[in-house]
Design a protein around this ligand. Structure first.
Ligand code: ADP
Ligand code: MG
Length: 314
C-alpha cells in the first residue's frame, strides 16, 4: 500500500470532527484556531518497540495508550484536549496492525473530543510519537516550579496497579484469574485524568503526570521548586485489589515508586483545599491528600513506625 493510501484509509478522519480545524490531514501541515483568551498546551509521548512494548503487542491497546499517555501530560497542564498529531514509523504497511491501532486511537480521541489533524509516516523500526494539543485559559496552567513549603500534596485515583500488573507479567507474583485480568486491563487501557487536570486550574501550585511513578514525578516538582516534602506511606491510595497483595509485593514501596499509572500528582496552597475538594467531589475519579511540602530538600515517605521508605530517592 502506498503511504498516501495508507494515511487516507486509517488516519484521515480519526477522532471527533472539530470546527476549529481550518486545515487537517491532507494538507502540508495543520492550521488550527486557538480560542480567544486561551493558550495552547502540548503534551508528548513516544512508544518504541522493545523499550515500551513488545513488537507483538495488541495494536488497539497501543493506539489507546499513545493517546492516553500524551493526553495525561496535557492534563497536568490543566488543558482541555483538542487536537492530536501522530508520527508513525512502521517496518511495513500491515493492514491488520493499522486497523487495530487506528481503532484504539480513534475511540479514545472520539471520547476525549480530540481530532487527529496531521502527522508523518515513515518506514523503520516500529515507533509511535503522539502530540496532544489542548487549550487552557491564559495564566491558569500549574507549573512544576510553583510549589511552596506548607502546600498540600495530592494524587488522583489509585497508585501501583500498573506496577502490580507488570510484576504479574514477569511472573514475580501469582494472581487469581480475575485479579490478573483487572490488573492487566488497567495497564492496557489507561484513562487520562482530563477532568481532574481541568479542576486544578487556578488552584494548584504545581502538577505532574505520574507515568514514571510518584517518587520520581514528585521529586521533579520538588527540585524545580527548591523545596522538599514528607508523605505518609499509609495515606497512599491503593485499589482494593492491590491492598490484598501489598505485603507480597514489598509493601508501600510499590505505590510509591512503580511507574505506568495514568495519574496526576499536584500541590495546592492550604487555602485552596476546600475549593479543590469541592471540585473533585463532582468527578468520578477523586484525589487523596498524601503529605505536605516543607523546606527540607528531598522526599520523605514515613510509615507509621517512623521508617522512611523514600530514602533511596534522595
Ligand atoms: P509530506 O510529504 O509533506 O510528508 P505526507 O504524504 O507524509 O506529506 O502527509 C500527507 C498528509 O497526511 C499531511 O497532512 C500529514 O499531516 C498527514 N499525515 C501523514 N502521516 C500521518 C499520520 N500517521 N497520521 C495522521 N496524519 C498523517
Ligand atoms: Mg510524510
Amino acid at each position: 500500500m502506498a503511504e498516501f493510501e495508507l494515511i487516507h484509509r486509517y488516519f484521515s478522519q480519526a477522532g471527533t470532527h472539530r470546527k476549529d480545524v481550518t486545515l487537517g490531514v491532507g494538507d502540508d501541515g495543520a492550521v488550527l484556531q486557538v480560542r480567544k483568551g486561551h493558550t495552547l498546551a502540548v503534551g508528548f509521548a513516544t512508544l518504541a518497540a522493545g523499550s515500551h512494548f513488545l513488537p507483538d503487542a495488541d495494536p488497539e491497546t497501543l493506539g489507546h495508550q499513545a493517546v492516553a499517555v500524551s493526553t495525561n501530560r496535557l492534563a497536568a497542564l490543566g488543558a482541555e484536549p483538542a487536537w492530536l498529531t501522530l508520527a508513525l514509523t512502521l517496518p511495513e504497511a500491515d493492514g491488520r496492525w493499522l486497523e487495530g491501532f487506528s481503532r484504539g486511537l480513534d475511540r479514545l480521541c472520539g471520547r476525549l473530543g480530540m481530532a487527529l489533524v496531521g502527522g508523518d509516516t515513515t518506514r523503520g523500526p516500529l515507533a509511535i510519537t503522539v502530540q496532544s494539543h489542548g487549550l487552557v485559559p491564559e495564566h491558569e496552567s500549574p507549573r512544576r516550579g510553583g510549589t511552596r513549603p506548607g502546600d498540600l500534596v495530592y494524587v488522583t485515583g489509585c497508585l501501583g496497579l500498573a506496577g502490580l500488573a507488570m510484576l504479574a507479567q514477569q511472573d514475580e507474583i501469582r494472581l487469581s484469574a480475575p485479579d490478573r485480568a483487572a490488573a492487566d486491563s488497567s495497564l492496557a487501557w489507561p484513562e487520562p485524568r482530563v477532568d481532574q487536570g481541568i479542576a486544578l486550574r487556578g488552584l494548584a501550585s504545581a502538577a505532574i503526570d505520574l507515568s514514571d511513578g510518584l517518587a520520581s514525578g514528585l521529586s521533579r516538582i520538588l527540585r524545580a521548586s527548591d523545596v522538599g516534602a514528607t508523605l505518609q506511606a499509609e495515606s497512599l491510595p491503593v485499589s482494593p485489589l492491590l491492598a490484598r497483595h501489598l505485603t507480597e509485593v514489598g509493601g508501600w514501596m510499590l505505590p510509591l515508586s512503580a511507574g505506568g499509572d495514568c495519574e496526576l500528582c499536584f500541590t495546592i496552597p492550604p487555602e485552596h483545599q476546600v475549593a479543590l475538594e469541592t471540585r473533585f467531589g463532582l468527578l468520578e475519579v477523586g484525589c487523596t491528600w498524601i503529605g505536605t511540602v516543607d523546606s527540607t530538600s528531598g522526599l520523605r515517605c514515613l510509615q507509621s513506625d517512623g521508617t522512611d521508605i523514600a530514602a533511596g530517592f534522595r
